[in-house]
Design a protein around this ligand. Structure first.
Ligand code: G6P
Length: 624
């Protein structure tokens, strides 16, 4: 939520910042801005624009190229509004009233009203409605008071601020100096050759083009960044902190659309390959033909995982839907009781957590504020925290005691697709491996599911081949006002996910329901105007869901059915269907979700909407 970039060195900062903002635009896109500096005591060059980064880019391109080359320090921001409407005035960077400091900020300063009143008492005036402007004035207050020592002023101000922040500050008097800090909101510093230049970002994606050496700031750390010198880091109490430099490796091709019109479509079609990556080196066929699952997290924490009598899964959004599938997988294969919690509820609910509990945190970004807070709560109660994360080196990956990366590569489209199937793949491997270790799954069943799991990539390809058919089907759904998605068992969370995908990008109201629950309310809505997407694949509940479909049809409801290939019974019942290959029921979600993703995608495209950056949403929700 909100993207931050920064650059300091010998190159022109503006193009680096603009490119970085484009790469971070998925985090928020209601306004953007940059501040540039080059010469001592010269006023900052400030550019802001409402809307997308391309609007800002157009404004910045007016700078004369010789001048631009001399502006070698800068900070930039792409915003997802929390305080104050999207506007140029509320866009970052914000300047202090003295004009001597410029700041970009991601997060929320919760006590900003109180601080604002205090600062007003000292004569400070405010132009925007943001909490960020309060923070820059607060830093300015200490800066002016303490002989313009920026590091000291930042630490004094942050000691007064309550809330979450990732910030980068620049000062007019010294263009060769940036100060960055974080608490509960990510910030990465990329180190250029011989410390001659530094790159900053909310995540590592804008940096990897320039460097693979990075520092992930920890909570309540402040970094002092000056070209020609190694970064020094202090804690909020001004004591020195260790500087840990890490190598980061991100496939840059994942950051482009690769010939697809949208990232979302590219990411849907990447799934067979992503699932192969998720399983690589983990699902192993031995020479005798039998399978085994190797997960280092399980080997290293085997005793604790085996002892667990209770698993709590915490997550938000699509990751929470993956958690619901994880519950069924773990209960079926490991016979351990599993609860699935919205992280935002769990963290404030005084939940019962015991020392032998295992808390599984699922997150694509690894930065979701509520999930991170839920982890901290679980750790404080002594539970083992197991992360299932995509964002390598992310805050959740680092906060968890152990875990498994899903390895599907950067996901850029705001609506999650490949991360969902990656999360389910990892949950399946975890449930299989743990069930095997516990002896709660028979060898025959273990071998059968492992072997079917390895066929998922090719079966996904078969489903994706029906893209054109789904595109045609989507035509008549663009006019719908409401959708119902129904599924049972393993397909119930898929129904929830299908409805969420449609809502997120097409702005059509949709609800997911366990099919039998339809009778307890939603059936009142059924008429010929309302499309009902029903997942009716061959499993233990097949005949039950056929009955649910008949209930819909007797009320003139129009059904789009997701069925098992060759199911003539359902084909005779409904006029619209998409077939998926037959697979073990616990693996069906990996296939049945694909038509849902494609349907939402095509409906949104046909409605002329921005599928990669839907209104009001953000990819990485770093505020609670
Ligand atoms: C946002 C995204 C969703 C995502 C959710 C949880 O709402 O738009 O796609 O499912 O956050 O994010 P996480 O990164 O923790 O999986």
């Amino acid at each position: 939520m909100c993207g931050i970039v920064g650059y300091i060195g010998h190159q022109s900062a503006a193009p680096i910042l603009i490119k970085g903002l484009h790469q971070l635009e998925y985090r928020g896109y209601d306004s953007a801005g940059i501040a540039l500096s080059g010469k001592e005591q010269q006023a900052f060059h400030l550019f802001k624009a409402k809307g997308k980064v391309s609007n800002l880019e157009a404004k910045v391109s007016s700078v004369d190229s010789a001048e631009s080359a001399s502006l070698t320090t800068g900070i930039g921001h792409t915003r997802w509004a929390t305080h104050g409407e999207p506007s140029e005035t509320n866009a970052h960077p914000h300047l202090s009233m003295s004009g001597e400091l410029a700041l970009v900020h991601n997060g929320i300063i919760e006590n900003y009203q109180l601080l604002k009143e205090q600062l007003s008492g000292y004569g400070y005036q405010f132009k925007s409605q943001t909490d960020t402007e309060v923070l820059v004035q607060l830093i300015d207050y200490f800066y002016q008071k303490n002989g313009k020592q920026l590091m000291k002023a930042v630490s004094q101000a942050l000691n007064k601020a309550i809330g979450a922040y990732a910030i980068v500050v620049m000062e007019q008097s010294n263009p060769n100096h940036l100060v960055a800090a974080r608490k509960a909101s990510p910030l990465v510093i990329g180190i250029g050759k011989d410390n001659e230049e530094f790159f900053l970002g909310s995540d590592a994606t804008p940096l990897v083009e320039y460097t693979h050496k990075v520092i992930y700031l920890d909570d309540e750390q402040i970094a002092d960044i000056q070209p020609g010198t190694a970064v020094t880091i202090t804690n909020l109490d001004e004591s020195l902190a260790n500087v840990n430099i890490k190598d980061v490796d991100i496939d840059i091709s994942a950051l482009s659309k690769g010939g697809f019109p949208h990232f979302m479509q590219k990411e849907i079609f990447e799934q067979p390959h992503c699932i192969e990556n998720s399983m690589r080196g983990r699902v192993i066929q031995r020479e005798d033909g039998l399978y085994e699952i190797k997960l280092s997290a399980l080997t290293n924490f085997k005793a604790k995982l085996i002892r667990a009598r209770h698993v709590i899964i915490v997550a938000c959004g699509t990751s929470w839907h993956a958690g619901l599938i994880g519950k069924q997988l773990i209960e079926e294969m490991c016979r351990i009781r599993v609860e699935v919690e919205y992280a935002s509820e769990f963290r404030y609910r005084n939940p019962v957590i015991e020392k032998d509990d295992v808390v599984i945190a699922i997150s694509q970004s690894g930065e979701t504020a509520d999930t991170l807070a839920a982890i901290q709560l679980a750790k404080s109660e002594g539970a083992l925290v197991f992360g299932i994360v995509n964002g390598v080196g992310s805050s959740i990956a680092r906060a968890a005691d152990t875990g498994i990366y899903i390895h599907v590569g950067p996901e850029i489209g705001v609506a999650s697709t490949k991360a969902f199937t990656g999360q389910i793949t990892v949950l399946t491997m975890l449930a299989l491996a743990l069930g095997n270790a516990l002896g709660t799954i028979s060898e025959e069943k273990f071998q059968n599911i492992c072997s079917q799991l390895t066929t998922i990539p090719e079966k996904m390809e078969m489903v994706l081949k029906q893209n054109d058919k789904i595109e045609q089907l989507s035509e008549r759904f663009t006019y719908a006002k409401n959708f119902l998605y129904l599924g049972r068992g393993y397909n119930y969370p898929v129904a929830l996910e299908g409805a969420l995908k449609l809502k997120e990008i097409s702005y059509i109201h949709a609800e997911g329901y366990p099919a039998a629950e339809m009778k307890h309310g939603p059936i009142a809505l059924v008429d010929k105007e309302m499309p009902i997407v029903t997942i009716a694949t061959h499993d233990e509940l097949y005949h039950k869901i056929i009955s649910n479909m008949q209930e819909v049809q007797s009320r003139n409801g129009s059904i789009l059915a997701i069925i098992t290939e060759g199911d003539d019974e359902v084909k005779r019942m409904v006029s619209e269907y998409v077939e998926i290959p037959s697979i073990h029921s616990c693996l069906v979600p990996l296939l049945s979700v694909l038509p849902m993703q494609l349907l939402a995608y095509h409906v949104a495209v046909k409605k002329g909407l921005n599928v990669d950056m839907p209104r009001n949403l953000a990819k990485s929700v770093t505020v609670e």
